[in-house]
Design a protein around this ligand. Structure first.
Ligand SMILES: NC(=O)c1ccc[n+]([C@@H]2O[C@H](COP(=O)([O-])OP(=O)(O)OC[C@H]3O[C@@H](n4cnc5c(N)ncnc54)[C@H](O)[C@@H]3O)[C@@H](O)[C@H]2O)c1
Length: 254
């Protein structure tokens, strides 16, 4: 499929699991890519692989965000798709009882303020074009509570979800779609290592997933490509869950 032929896409957190898988999928579908990440080495490698441009950017810094979209426009002449995906979930973000203000603020800056900045600075390009698709990465924890809390992460993703809904409504008549992607847990190397060490802990989490496994990053990327493309022309302000059924389950099959 070449649904994104010659569309210009900016992906943040592009050196990571979901970002990189999406960059590969977008490239397969014909998009022109600008990949942004804090990690210069991995980011450059990723851009080389998919034939895109790398921009080193901290998405929590307004000047970096402005430069990132300006680079895309200068290189390719439009900005059609923004996948605002960079995010962190550090270990010192835990129960509200033990999470300090520093950890709280760091996670809010990287996960929520960054999405505010990215939307704020990509919207003017899309308004001038009269079209565009923005996909902001939230999480299934934006719609469900967890007893093993990461309080600032959860609050930040709830913020991403509410902000996305509002932008989707505000800019709908200008031809700009804004959707929140809510992935369930993804099978990352880190998660695999953790669960190989502790199979009981893995089972305690997997019992909640009707599909009985975690997502592959490519499965999340396929959903992003759909939202980015004209196949999703009537989808906006959506809470787009790609979670293996977690949020729909009361009891899961064995
Ligand atoms: N992996 C999961 O299970 C899961 C589930 C739900 C939602 N998510 C969300 O999906 C998104 C991507 O997750 P992932 O699993 O690919 O994570 P990842 O850690 O593999 O990748 C994240 C990337 O973001 C980059 N990054 C971090 N801070 C940055 C900053 N300030 N500026 C620019 N780049 C920065 C990192 O260098 C990294 O390359 C995140 O927003 C995450 O919260 C992940």
């Amino acid at each position: 499929m070449q649904r994104l032929q010659d569309r210009v896409a900016v992906i943040t957190g592009a050196a990571g699991g979901i970002g990189m898988a999406t960059a590969r999928r977008f490239a397969e579908e014909g998009a022109k890519l600008v990949l942004a990440d804090l990690d210069e080495e991995a980011g450059r490698r990723a851009a080389e692989e998919v034939g895109g441009i790398f921009v080193k950017a901290n998405v929590a810094e307004e000047d970096d965000v402005i430069r990132m979209f300006q680079t895309a426009y200068d290189e390719f002449g439009s900005v059609d798709i923004a996948f605002n995906n960079a995010g962190i979930s550090p270990a010192d973000d835990d129960s509200i009882l033990t999470t300090g203000l520093d950890a709280w603020r760091r996670v809010q800056e990287v996960n929520l303020t960054s999405v505010y900045l990215c939307c704020k600075h990509v919207l003017p390009y899309m308004q001038r074009q009269g079209k565009g698709s923005i996909i902001n990465t939230a999480s299934f924890v934006a719609v469900m509570g967890s007893a093993t809390s990461q309080i600032s992460y959860t609050a930040s993703k709830g913020g991403v979800l509410a902000m996305t809904r509002e932008l989707g409504v505000q800019f709908a008549r200008e031809g700009i779609r804004v959707n929140a992607l809510c992935p369930g847990p993804v099978d990352t190397p880190l998660l695999r290592e953790l669960f190989a060490k502790d199979p009981e802990r893995a089972q305690r989490r997997l019992v909640h997933v009707p599909l009985g496994r975690f997502a592959r990053a490519e499965e999340i990327a396929a959903a992003v490509a759909f939202l980015a493309s004209d196949d999703a022309s009537f989808v906006t302000a959506a809470e787009f869950l790609v979670d293996g059924g977690i949020s729909g389950a009361y009891v899961t099959p064995l």
